[in-house]
Design a protein around this ligand. Structure first.
Ligand SMILES: [Zn+2]
Ligand SMILES: [Zn+2]
Length: 209
């Protein structure tokens, strides 16, 4: 083992109290400061130092300790449509097996049988580090494309104002006749291709008659 776990790290848990008798259970609640980079970089995440509420259930099994839990925190990011800051509660569930290093040495072949062996997490001196598990769970629980609300209208493509702030927003530069044609094109376009090319082709046919 390269680095020793620090029991003072709030994301390091000690299983000595739980003991090694299979079937032993321990429930823990702990509020920790969010570690760095807890989230999807540049999209949404729990800011470093903000509280993360952890509920853990430790279960002693033959080969190690099975950890099941939930992390709750408030994530911050920005709406992908209108770019407004947003805040979202996140509840991330996780389950992970931490294996006794000695149990592994006993039964393990000289070469790993498959790639899964590389994903094994070990107890070190009876302690485990929840941080990588927490990070994976939070990333999975967060939206890749967060929106401030499901029906966020985004920004005006012409001038960039936030459309939800001004529902009647429009630009007078659009010719009324063109707008009528556009409406016709939209109705002709349904059932055909959904893209603009298909819609415009429909308009041209109509005009030729
Ligand atoms: Zn938005
Ligand atoms: Zn506009």
């Amino acid at each position: 083992m390269s680095t020793r776990l620090d029991h003072r790290n709030p994301l390091v848990f000690d299983t000595h109290e739980l003991g090694r008798r299979p079937g032993a259970l321990q429930r823990l609640s702990r509020t920790v400061d969010a570690p760095k980079d807890l989230g999807i970089e540049g999209v949404i995440g729990v800011p470093e130092g903000k509280p993360v509420e952890l509920e853990l259930r430790l279960e002693s099994v033959m080969e190690g300790v099975l950890v099941t839990g939930t992390a709750r925190a408030s994530a911050e990011g920005e709406c992908v449509r209108c770019l407004e800051p947003l805040r979202q509660e996140v509840a991330a569930d996780f389950q992970e097996m931490f294996t006794y290093p000695d149990a592994d040495e006993r039964g393990r072949p000289a070469e790993p049988v498959d790639d899964e062996d590389e994903d094994i997490l070990y107890l070190e001196d009876g302690m485990f580090d929840l941080e990588p598990v927490l990070r994976d769970a939070v990333v999975l629980a967060l939206p890749m494309q967060p929106v401030c609300r499901e029906d966020c209208a985004g920004l005006c493509p012409e001038c960039g104002i936030r459309l939800d702030d001004d529902p009647d927003h429009h630009h007078d530069a659009v010719d009324i006749r063109w707008a009528a044609l556009q409406g016709l094109a939209d109705s002709l376009g349904t059932g055909e291709k959904d893209n603009m090319g298909g819609a415009e082709a429909g308009v041209d046919e109509k005009q030729e008659k």
